[in-house]
Design a protein around this ligand. Structure first.
Ligand SMILES: *Cc1c(COP(=O)(O)O)cnc(C)c1O
Length: 405
């Protein structure tokens, strides 16, 4: 077993060796390195063909049309393009957008920008289990609502939203639905042929592709989604995203999506088994709470709080295990997670929240190592904790509510 153990797949995944091989074939002099716009010669045409094959792989994974894929630098850019692009293109229709308080910063920070541009944003509260109730979305829809933006799988808790029901509601109202699917693409099966989603953001490095590449799916059916580009230049990607296409990144993302489509089902079943084993192994400690929904979730993410313990202290005690407190973007600032806060977690539960995220290369020996090491550390830290009464093995403070949601 290799140490340290990597259990931070929700922050990024290592590229699959098959993806790395394809990437390497599209970079150097002996590979397909041409500019896909230079179709006047064979180098450019070979590159253009490789890009279109990759586009087909990405589209096939999602049930989209290849012509609906717009390459971006990642999900952050895809979210920016979706929200800014749609709101700026629909000023005459309306200026209202609905999202939730548990979105990624790559949506929430764009919403702040849109507010400065004069848009009205509704930030929905989730249920304590992280789900966004349909009635709350329905109540927030207005005649001037242009766009609803909700993530499929939450990156901190793994909670999934019911896209079919949400999409039907939004479409029926005549608004557009954007979905950040960074944490679900290649993990949960979904089919845009039937799913009423108009725009969908993807990131390659969350599904065993390289960093720095992603895509925005811009649907053409049933309505052709209009959006203003963020970048102007060479007119690539039908004018929606200018810039020379990074062929090596694109083919790598295509290969990652091709592999995901073939292997997703068996892989997710295996990962779910490991995640459940980890949860079973840690709940025997007692006073452990699951942050999220025990049923509606993606296999690879387990967010839990250990009563009486600060997450940072636990991570410090486990130098051989790569874990996250809250989300990676927040952990530098030591701000409590905005996601757990929105779900109504109390301060101690937020402070004690640790995210374990598993993936393709996680082995059962690693999970058993993590259970043993984490259990020993939790017991040791609780002995030092002022809120934990070791003799009775329970919390001193009765004010803390540790009932799982
Ligand atoms: C990782 C992630 C992003 C950002 O993706 P990048 O490709 O790194 O820009 C956005 N949304 C969610 C839900 C993510 O998990």
């Amino acid at each position: 077993m290799r140490l340290p153990v990597y259990l931070d797949y929700a922050a990024t995944t290592p590229a699959d060796p098959r993806v790395v091989a394809v990437l390497n074939q599209h970079l150097g002099q002996d590979g397909v390195f041409g500019n896909p716009s230079s179709t006047i010669h064979a180098f450019g045409r070979a590159a253009a063909r490789a890009v279109e094959t990759a586009r087909t792989h990405v589209a096939t994974l999602l049930g989209a049309d290849p012509g609906e894929i717009v390459w971006t630098s990642g999900a952050t850019e895809a979210n920016n393009l979706a929200l800014l692009g749609v709101m700026r293109a629909h000023v005459r229709k309306g200026r209202h957008l609905i999202t939730s308080k548990t979105e990624h910063k790559a949506v929430l920070d764009v919403c702040r920008r849109l507010e400065r541009e004069g848009c009205a944003i509704t930030y929905l509260d989730p249920n304590p289990d992280g789900s966004i109730p349909l009635e709350r979305i329905a109540a927030a829809l207005r005649p001037d609502t242009v766009l609803v933006s909700l993530m499929h799988v939450n990156n901190e808790t793994g909670v999934t939203q019911d896209l079919a029901a949400i999409g039907a509601l939004v479409r029926n109202h005549g608004a557009l639905l954007h979905v950040d699917a960074s944490q679900s693409a290649g993990k949960l099966p979904f089919d845009l042929q039937t799913l009423p989603v108009d725009l969908l953001s993807l990131s390659a490095h969350k599904l065993y592709g390289p960093k720095g590449i992603g895509a925005l799916v811009v649907r053409r059916r049933p309505v052709r989604v209009r959006l203003e580009p963020l970048l102007y230049g060479g007119g690539q990607e039908r004018g929606l995203r200018a810039g020379t296409l990074p062929v090596h990144q694109i083919v790598a993302m295509g290969e990652a999506c091709r592999i995901a489509r073939v292997e997703m089902e068996a892989e997710q079943a295996r990962i779910r088994g490991l995640r459940d084993r980890l949860w079973q192994g840690l709940t025997v400690l007692g006073a452990v709470a699951l942050n999220g929904d025990p049923e509606q979730n993606v296999a690879g993410i387990l967010n839990i709080s250990f009563a009486g313990i600060a997450a940072e202290a636990l991570l410090d005690a486990l130098p051989n295990i790569a874990l996250a407190t809250g989300s990676a973007c927040n952990s530098a600032s030591h701000e409590p997670s905005h996601v757990l806060r929105a779900m109504g977690c109390d301060a101690m539960r937020m402070r004690g929240a640790v995210r374990f995220s598993l993936g393709r290369f996680t082995a059962v020996e690693e999970i058993d190592y993590v259970i043993d090491a984490a259990a020993a550390a939790v017991i040791r830290l609780r002995e030092l904790s002022p809120v934990w009464e070791t003799r009775r093995g329970r919390l001193k403070s009765r004010a803390v509510d540790w009932a799982a949601p």
